[in-house]
Design a binder for this molecule. Structure first.
Ligand SMILES: C[S@@+](CC[C@H](N)C(=O)[O-])C[C@H]1O[C@@H](n2cnc3c(N)ncnc32)[C@H](O)[C@@H]1O
Length: 222
């Protein structure tokens, strides 16, 4: 499952027997996006909210970062190029392959892992980490897997660690794929407060998208 910028041997996907029907639907939908070329979210641009955290006034000192749902690796590469020791995980093998190539082309050392952010214990990611970054991964995770995601991060967080997360809010126009109830639920501040005990929700800033989106910043209690 590990790919440190090197050509990756084809790996068996996470055993589909572990996935329930909703997880299977999410997996199929995501694979479809990557199979048909460039997914709509893959802008190749690092968002200003992450740039501010890394380079802005009061920037975090570089440390160890874990990106959840890294896609094709734009932001993992950005963090590595700014002195962070980066591990990045994605559920879809094609995304991880592209991420590895992007990092190699940029000369950035990133540890990419093909795996499930809700099952970090199955990957070699002991941590601890100072920063977790999630750009639109958590908000697509089936609701019943989200406690496992939160526990995985909490277990690997240094005291004071940050979690910077971008997510879609509850979908006001209904659900594009009704089988995936999480995609209509999105993510809210109240949900994060409930699912991340031991963390403080420091900031919620609305995104600029035409539908409700949010940037959340959480800090692990000391
Ligand atoms: C909307 S895309 C965003 C990708 C990337 N963060 C970006 O902005 O380009 C969500 C990403 O999360 C990944 N993902 C979804 N569920 C995941 C899970 N349980 N574990 C790891 N990655 C997951 C998807 O494969 C996809 O690459």
């Amino acid at each position: 499952m590990d790919q440190s910028n090197a050509a990756r041997k084809p790996e068996p996907d996470l055993a589909s027997t572990k996935r329930d029907p909703e997880e299977e639907s999410v997996h199929r939908a995501l694979e479809g996006f990557y199979r048909t070329g460039k997914p709509p979210w893959d802008t190749g641009v690092t968002p200003p909210e992450l740039v501010a955290l890394v380079e802005g006034r009061g920037a975090l000192p570089p440390g160890r970062a874990l990106e959840l749902g890294c896609g094709t690796g734009t932001n993992a590469v950005y963090l590595a190029r700014h002195g962070w020791e980066v591990t990045a995980v994605d559920l879809i093998g094609r995304a991880v392959d592209q991420a590895g190539k992007k990092a190699a082309a940029a000369g950035a050392a990133v540890r990419f892992l093909h795996g499930d952010a809700t099952r970090l214990d199955e990957l070699d990611v002991p941590g601890p980490f100072d920063l977790f970054f999630d750009l639109s991964c958590y908000c697509g995770i089936p609701l019943h897997r989200r406690d496992a995601y939160a526990a995985g991060l909490t277990h690997r967080a240094d005291p004071g660690a940050r979690l910077l997360m971008f997510g879609y809010g509850p979908e006001p126009l209904g659900n594009p794929i009704p089988k995936i109830t999480s995609w209509a639920a999105g993510v809210t501040a109240d949900e994060l407060r409930a699912r991340f005990p031991g963390w403080e929700l420091l900031d919620v800033t609305p995104g600029t998208n035409p539908v409700p989106t949010f940037w959340f910043t959480l800090r692990r209690n000391a």
